[in-house]
Design a protein around this ligand. Structure first.
Ligand code: IPM
Ligand code: MN
Length: 353
């Protein structure tokens, strides 16, 4: 029987409880679909940092390189300086493991969860490919005359030809594989940020290799408007890191919010990391209130990455049936208990094969 080695990093706030709930779903999927996982726990996050002064050491990154995937919860704690742990742990994994694709599906399961009037599941089913290792996230920033009236602050947005090309190519391949509308939308702000002209040119060059894919373009501001106005227009979307971050929070709201938004930080063929898009929500921590469905959907993406496609589809469909069958009344924290939602998904998973 195949045994996959996976890392588990619950992190802060609601992270550990949503991850624990997803792992209970994994336990059932393993028995049903005939595979095993060996799970390696990582303690990183606010508590660990406060106790030891360690954020995420390179030795842990090395250990993760020998695994197939990591299931990650959330990082962020009000007791710690803004961005410190996020940068060391989330960005740390993305950059040091070179997880250059951040894949964020936007799929509406039931119209009840969509805030837009008259939109149904057939209108909202697209996927955003967010570049994940460049742009304003490289950490190249500085302050001059900090704290004075003359202060200057800078942050560099950085794009490489190699980094741009590989993620655009991934998006074209994915669009072809999805085989929905065969339409790939490039999002940028190349009219104002002239450095993003590298996106325009690289996209146009790569597009020549995919004559079967229709290409499309939107500036990021207009895309925010069109996501709300006409979400049915979209199939596959590719965006630079920072804009990809922003538009996927907006897109998450179209399908019911952060309770359902999952993501994969992927380097094809190498260890990759899967997480809900939401944060650590400290106010809901340890009360059995957090919605674990986004983490369970991230687990489904992780299973796909492991090559356990049948289990991946089964987990995703089980979540889907919980949402379409009327059992889930609301996706907001506290309406259903964390373990209650986990049990609902498990019951649906077991009900079919
Ligand atoms: C996300 C988050 C992170 C990001 C933060 C926590 C650094 O918002 O995964 O979307 O900006 O990428
Ligand atoms: Mn974000």
């Amino acid at each position: 029987m195949t045994e996959h080695q996976i890392g588990v990093l619950g992190g802060d706030g609601i992270g550990p409880e949503v991850v624990r709930t997803a792992l209970a779903v994994l336990d059932v999927a393993e028995v049903m679909y005939g595979f095993k996982t060996k799970r390696v726990d990582f303690p990183f996050g606010a508590e660990h940092y406060l106790k030891t002064g360690e954020t995420m050491p390179d030795s842990a990154i090395e250990e993760i390189k020998d695994l197939r995937a990591v299931l990650f919860g959330a990082i962020g704690d009000p007791r710690i300086e803004t961005g410190k742990l996020e940068f060391a742990i989330i960005a740390g994994m993305r950059f040091k493991l070179d997880l250059y694709v951040n894949l964020r599906p936007v799929k509406l399961y039931h119209e009840q969860f969509c805030p837009l009037k008259g939109k149904t599941p057939k209108d909202i089913n697209f996927i955003v490919v967010r570049e994940n290792t460049e742009d304003a996230y490289c950490g190249i920033h500085g302050f001059f005359k900090k704290g004075t009236q003359d202060e200057v602050a800078t942050q560099t947005m950085l794009y490489t030809r190699r980094g741009t090309e590989r993620v655009i190519r991934y998006a074209f391949d994915l669009c072809r594989k999805r085989n929905v509308k065969k339409q790939l939308t490039r999002v940028d702000k190349a009219n104002a940020l002239r450095a993003q002209d590298i996106w325009t040119r690289t996209f146009e060059e790569v597009a020549k290799e995919y004559p079967d894919i229709k290409t499309d373009h939107g500036y990021v501001d207009a895309t925010c408007m069109w996501f709300v106005k006409q979400p049915e227009h979209y199939d596959t979307v590719v965006a630079p890191n920072l804009f990809g971050d922003i538009i996927t929070d907006l897109a998450a709201e179209l399908i019911g919010g952060m309770g359902l938004a999952a993501s994969g930080n992927i380097h094809p063929g190498k260890v990759s990391m899967f997480e809900p898009i939401h944060g650590s929500a400290p106010k809901y921590a340890n009360q059995n209130k957090a919605n674990p469905l986004a983490t369970i959907l991230a687990l489904a993406m992780l299973l796909e990455h492991l090559g356990e496609s049948k289990a991946a589809v089964a987990v995703e469909e089980a979540v889907g049936r919980c949402l379409t069958g009327g059992k889930v009344k609301s996706l907001a924290a506290g309406v259903h208990k964390t373990d209650e939602l986990g049990a609902m998904v498990i019951a649906e998973l077991k009900s079919r094969k």
